[in-house]
Design a protein around this ligand. Structure first.
Ligand code: SF4
Ligand code: SF4
Length: 463
């Protein structure tokens, strides 16, 4: 069996005593200690494990390992072996060098005010402090218009930064991660930036830890997250809570928030409490938090895996009985918003910035429901192409990412036309009526239920 090339061996076998703590903690494998010991031994010694089929890239096993052996990275190394010849076609959606991706499709239907915002962020002139947009902040840019963000450094970024390689890392394509790291070194070096406020905290963690520690990236700046910046403003009295919200709020933690001993998770809870809300925790939270569904795609790149995993998380959030859920990662926010609309759920979602804006007496410009239907148009366009064009079903080899920023490809005209037609349909009364929404919800739950049952039987899983 081939291994990942030497520079990309991140699992530290020499630290592993085969104790099984890692896979016993995995919220997707749900194994007893004895089963977990066998499962990790099989992955290490034979390269085989159900983890390769069900991993949601949640980082729990890395956190659970008492020896710091990084077992999640072993899953990624095995995926590298599968994928170095090409990525499954669904990965085109998160690859900006492919013409038909989430951002190019969404821009075909985005309102003019949000497009103007994105254009204003695509400005790489030198400055010492920036707020980095983040891959998926660009999907929900309206969040960044809040009054409580006055004083934030200039927002800068574009898809050309490949989301700081966070998504590609999850696929195991470490060669591409390395290329993206070199591009980021060049771009940030030319900017002369000394401090980055990451609007997407997961990217902040990648910039702070994964790229320097695993790929030798040399960045001459300090990284903080938007949430830390916001809490500082609250603590300094620069943002005042004038209308405490008095809600019971469930917090959804993202996968990379488990780094740094979960420090960011504490920041989010403090923000929530300072808005006059009470935190209630879902069954899996903190170190054991479950994925929003996004990471479920990394194992097999199936849309149904995303739906099934996301619905499981949504049900956990609803089961808290909370008045609202706070979702601080923009990627989790848009995925869970799509699942919420499909399932016909009612629990409202807030980004922490929106929660603070409301508590400070403002009116956050929340467009999550509309954006969820826009994103369904993006996913539907992909599925239509998958069904109609054999060439779109094949694996693809992403283009090399050069250190220089190159222009990204344009969305082809037919995709533009399909996107407009799909978005018009999804926002129209044909879909947005009570009977159709109920039918969509029933169909979604039946499809997820059937898919889960078949998957559990095939893989011998408990849930
Ligand atoms: S990777 Fe860590 S937790 Fe897993 S078996 Fe090895 S030592 Fe134990
Ligand atoms: S990263 Fe999460 S889902 Fe993947 S094997 Fe580890 S614990 Fe399980």
């Amino acid at each position: 069996m081939d291994d990942a090339p030497a520079p990309f061996r991140f699992f530290r076998d020499f630290l592993c005593d085969r104790c099984g703590d890692c896979f016993a903690a995995c919220p997707y494998l749900e194994l007893s200690r004895e089963e977990a010991k066998k499962e990790i031994a099989s992955l290490i010694e034979q390269g085989r494990s159900r983890a390769l089929e069900v991993c949601n890239t949640c980082h729990t096993c890395d956190v659970a390992c008492p020896n710091g052996a990084d077992p999640y990275e072993l899953v990624l190394e095995r995926w590298w072996e599968r994928r170095r010849g090409g990525l499954p076609t669904t990965a085109r959606l998160v690859t900006p060098s492919e013409p038909c991706n989430i951002w190019s499709c969404l821009k075909a239907i985005m309102p003019a005010d949000e497009l103007a915002l994105l254009r204003s962020w695509d400005d790489f002139s030198p400055r010492e402090e920036i707020c980095l947009t983040g891959f998926y902040t660009s999907v929900v840019p309206y969040i960044m218009r809040a009054r409580v963000l006055e004083g934030l450094p200039k927002v800068v970024g574009s898809e050309a930064l490949f989301g700081c390689a966070g998504d590609i890392y999850k696929t195991g394509r470490f060669d591409l991660v390395e290329q993206i790291a070199r591009r980021l070194e060049r771009v940030f070096g030319e900017l002369g930036v000394k401090r980055v406020v990451a609007s997407m905290s997961a990217e902040g963690m990648v910039l702070k830890h994964i790229l320097p520690e695993r790929f030798g990236a040399r960045f001459g700046f300090e990284v903080t997250t938007l949430e830390e910046w916001l809490l500082e403003r609250l603590l300094a009295g620069e943002v005042k809570v004038t209308s405490p919200l008095g809600m019971k709020v469930a917090v959804h933690d993202n996968c990379l928030s488990k780094l740094e001993g979960g420090r960011l998770q504490g920041v989010i809870r403090e923000i929530v409490e300072r808005t006059g809300c009470r935190v209630v925790e879902p069954a899996h939270h903190g170190e054991r938090s479950m994925c929003c569904g996004f990471g479920a795609a990394a194992a097999r790149f199936r849309v149904m895996d995303i739906m099934s995993s996301g619905y499981r998380r949504l049900k956990e959030l609803e089961a808290t009985g909370a008045d609202a859920a706070v979702i601080y990662c923009p990627a989790c926010l848009f995925i869970l918003s799509v699942i919420r609309e499909m399932a016909g759920a009612r629990i409202p979602f807030y980004h922490p910035v929106e929660l603070v804006e409301a508590a400070a007496g403002g009116r956050p410009d929340r467009r999550h429901e509309e954006r969820a239907w826009d994103m369904m148009a993006v996913i539907s366009n992909h599925l239509v192409k998958y069904a109609l064009f054999p060439s779109h079903r094949r694996d693809f080899q992403p283009a090399t990412v050069s250190p220089e920023v190159e222009p990204l490809p344009e969305l082809p005209p037919w995709d533009r036309t399909r996107m407009k037609a799909l978005a018009t349909l999804y926002h129209s009364p044909v879909v947005q009526n009570r009977a159709m929404r109920a039918a969509i919800s029933l169909g979604f739950k039946a499809a997820v239920g059937g898919y889960d049952l078949a998957r559990k039987r095939r893989l011998g899983l408990k849930s």
